[in-house]
Design a binder for this molecule. Structure first.
Ligand SMILES: CC(C)(COP(=O)(O)OP(=O)(O)OC[C@H]1O[C@@H](n2cnc3c(N)ncnc32)[C@H](O)[C@@H]1OP(=O)(O)O)[C@@H](O)C(=O)NCCC(=O)NCCS
Length: 326
């Protein structure tokens, strides 16, 4: 009765209903901040090979799908497993995940798999684990730009008070090389490397920094992206961007290891946040929130966000599969 099948032209018409159901519910059911491509856009990307897709068929009719991409050099990105209805959900989920695993098995020699199990997908943790996936539990934290009390607290604190020889300045292009080295030092041992191996190498960190500062992931806010200097050497960074409409985001924050555990991270984060608040008040920005995602086991990072007034809005397992080594 159930069957999986790689999406092909014969299904382009009847698949639209399932896809549009996913698209319509992507914020509510999966915490998506950015609305997914419309159906025409999805099919166009599919035809170009940017996205791959396997359908779940019930008596020949599509009632679910898995969408993923294998175009990146070292990562297979599993975007979503979406199912219609309430019946046999776990069974159908396993069928789709199994079909995905078979389809990508050859590529797994050179690539890891990363799968943010957002929203309802959390319910399938056990099934996903039984296929060999491991997890990093992430939390999404948010600073509410409409909370006047929190805004007053941040502005009152004057976070720019720093020990002697330390300075916080806005990001400028001439910091790029020092920034990439600092990202590497801060993240090469972080759990982020499990699902984003770019952090393991300098070249990978160049790609991360380049994509953030060139607004690839969202409009980079250079004034509110702060660099921490000690005797004019870059020792910390807090980057800011706008991911969608009114949503601001801190994609990366770090203090290089020898300067950690001195409370500098909170000062740096609050300085970036103060700039965002001021730009919001001046009308240069119009953000309703600033968010960030954080490994829930990273106590210092969680504490840093909490101290700056961020609160947890939801959590999700970031699932990953290591490369096959034989
Ligand atoms: C996250 C990071 C920026 C924090 O900076 P840090 O210098 O290590 O941390 P701080 O000294 O500022 O400490 C932050 C808070 O955690 C507290 N803390 C530290 N260890 C703790 C522990 N084991 N339990 C509870 N609280 C702890 C500190 O006391 C401090 O709180 P306080 O200011 O109220 O005293 C830094 O560890 C880092 O760069 N890590 C690697 C990159 C990363 O994980 N970035 C975050 C995700 S994007």
């Amino acid at each position: 009765m159930y069957q999986t099948k790689i999406l092909s032209e014969e299904y382009f018409n009847i698949f639209s209903g399932v896809y549009n159901d996913f698209r319509m519910n992507s914020a509510k059911d999966y915490n998506f901040e950015i609305q997914p491509l419309d159906y025409e856009g999805f099919i166009e990307y599919y035809k170009k090979g940017f996205i791959e897709c396997i359908l779940l068929l019930e008596d020949g009719i599509p009632t679910g799908f898995v969408a993923y991409s294998t175009i990146q050099e070292d990562v297979i990105e599993l975007y979503i497993i979406h199912l219609l209805g309430n019946e046999d959900l776990k069974k159908k989920y396993v069928l789709l995940l199994t079909a995905f695993m078979q389809d990508v098995s050859k590529k797994r020699k050179s690539k890891i798999v990363e799968y943010p199990m957002l929203g309802k997908q959390k319910n399938y943790r056990i099934e996903t684990e039984s296929m060999g996936f491991k997890f990093v539990d992430l939390g999404v934290v948010k600073f509410d730009m409409q909370n006047q009390e929190k805004i007053r607290d941040i502005l009152r604190e004057r976070p720019e008070t720093l020990p002697i020889n330390y300075k916080i300045v806005p990001y400028k292009e001439n910091y790029f090389d020092e920034l990439t080295s600092a990202i590497h030092l801060c993240f090469k041992n972080a759990t982020d490397t499990k699902f984003d191996p770019r952090f393991l190498t300098i070249e990978g960190c160049v790609d991360v920094a380049q994509k953030i500062t060139s607004s690839f992931y969202g409009k980079f806010i250079d004034d509110a992206s702060k660099i921490l200097l000690y005797e004019n050497r870059l020792i910390g960074f807090c980057l800011s961007n706008i991911t969608e409409g009114k949503i601001g985001n801190i994609p990366l924050v770090g203090i290089i290891p020898e300067y950690q555990k001195t409370g500098l991270s909170s000062i740096l984060l609050k300085t970036a946040l103060t700039e965002i608040i001021r730009e919001n008040q001046n009308g240069f920005l119009d953000l309703s929130e600033v968010n960030a995602s954080v490994d829930l086991a990273n106590v210092r990072a969680c504490r840093m966000y909490k101290k700056a007034g961020f609160t947890e809005v939801y959590t999700y397992p970031q699932a990953y599969l290591e490369k096959i080594t034989i």
